[in-house]
Design a protein around this ligand. Structure first.
Ligand SMILES: [Cu+2]
Length: 124
């Protein structure tokens, strides 16, 4: 009888493992399971521009910043006291926990804003 018991225990462990793998696969499709129900946008930076210069989002949305350039960039939203910095080849993201309104965003690396890295953000 003890052999059957061990077999049952092993089967249970195997099932748990399979469940864990399935759960892992289900979560793997989304970079952040927490954000599955929240919206957001992705902005790509290069020298010297943002892929999106007019953004309309909601408070609580996720802003993802991808740096496809060869130098560092950031998105600075001065009025909201917020900055997302991203190194070359990297991706960074932040939740926009800011009040509804109109904002200006720009890259704060010296010279970049002047080169055209500026846009507007509306939080609805
Ligand atoms: Cu920049």
């Amino acid at each position: 009888m003890s052999i059957d018991h061990h077999a049952a225990a092993r089967l249970g462990a195997a099932l748990l493992l399979v469940s864990a793998v399935f759960l892992g696969a289900a979560c793997g499709g989304s970079e952040d399971p927490e954000s599955a129900s929240s919206a957001g946008t992705k902005v790509t930076t290069t020298e010297f521009e943002f892929s999106e210069e007019v953004l309309t989002l909601a408070s609580g949305d996720t802003l993802e910043l991808v740096n496809d350039g060869t130098v560092e960039h950031d998105i600075t939203i001065e009025e909201a006291d917020m900055m997302v910095h991203v190194a070359p080849g990297e991706t960074a993201s932040a939740t926009l926990n800011i009040e509804p309104g109109d904002y200006i965003f720009y890259c704060s690396i010296p010279g970049h804003r002047e080169a055209g890295m500026e846009g507007t953000l509306t939080i609805e």
